[in-house]
Write a protein that binds this ligand. Sequence first.
Ligand code: ZN
Length: 313
Amino acid sequence: MDRRNLLKTLAFSTAAIPLFGSSAGFITKSLEPNALQLKFGNLDLYLFSDGGNVLSDPFPLIAPKETEENFNKARKECYLDQQSIAFSLNILLVKKDNQYILFDTGNGLGKNKNVGRLIEQMQASNIPANLVTDIIITHAHGDHIGGIILPDGTLAFKNAKYYISKTEFDFWMKENNSTIKSILNKIQINLTFIKENDTLFDCIKVEHTPGHTPGQLAFLIQQNGKNLHLKHIADVVHSPILVRYPEWGIKYDQDFDLAVKTRLNILEEAYNKRQLVIAMHLPWPGIGYIGKRDNRYDWIPLSFGSNLKQIEL
Ligand SMILES: [Zn+2]
C-alpha cells in the first residue's frame, strides 16, 4: 500500500476507542482512529493505541510519599487538574524492510474493555498480527505482555520471535505470579535474551533501565545520517507529573529508589541530547521531548497538524 492510501486508511478507519475521561471540568471522548505513522530514515514507525485506563484518583498511586496538597499543586502546574488522569497504552511498531518489530503487545483482551485494542488498531492500518516477525518485551508486566495470548489461549502473533532481558525473565520465573509465568513459558521456545549495549536489527540499541522492574529495558533507535536520537523509554515515567517531579515515584515501581535514580538519569540524558522519546503510558500518542521550565523537567508532546497522521522525522 502506498503512503497516500495508508494515510486514507488511517484517517477513515472507524476503529476508534470510545475512551471517556470525566472530571469536574469536562468530559473527553476519543473519536480519532488511534494510529500514527512516522518516517525515520529507512524505517517506518507506527504508534498504535491499545487503549488506556482512566484513574479515578491518581494519588497516592503517584507520589506515595508526598502530601495530597503538594500532589494537587503539581497536577495544576502540569495542567492536569481539569481532566481525569489516564494511563495510555502506546505501542510502537518499527517496520524495517520485511521485518515488523513490535515493542510489547499491550494488555490483551479481557475483562477490562478500555484496553486490549492493539490488534484491532493494527488491522485497521492493514498490518495483521501474523505479519509481526519480532516482539521486543520492555518488561513483563501484564499490560505489556498480556496481548501475547488471545482469550482462547493461543498465541496472538503466530510468526513472532521474542526478546527479553534475562534478569527480567529470571525475576518473574521466581515470583508468585502464575499469569506472567504462564505467558513467559508459552513463548520460551522462541525467546532470545538481550542485554545492555546489544544492537538489534542494526538499528536498535538496548539499555538496561532497572527499578520499575529489575530487567526493564529502553531502546535507542538509530538511523545512519540522522542526528535525531529516538528512544523508547517504556515505563520509566507514567505521567507528565513524574516528568516534572521524577523523585516522587509511583507505587508500581518494584524498587522505588532505583526507579527514581533511573528516571532522573533517563530524563537528564533526554533533555541534554534533545532526544525524542516514546513513553508507553504518557498521554496518547506518548511521543515528545523533555524540556525544562523553572529548573524542572517538562513533558513537551510532539506537535501534529490537526489531521496529520503521518509525519517525517
Ligand atoms: Zn506499564
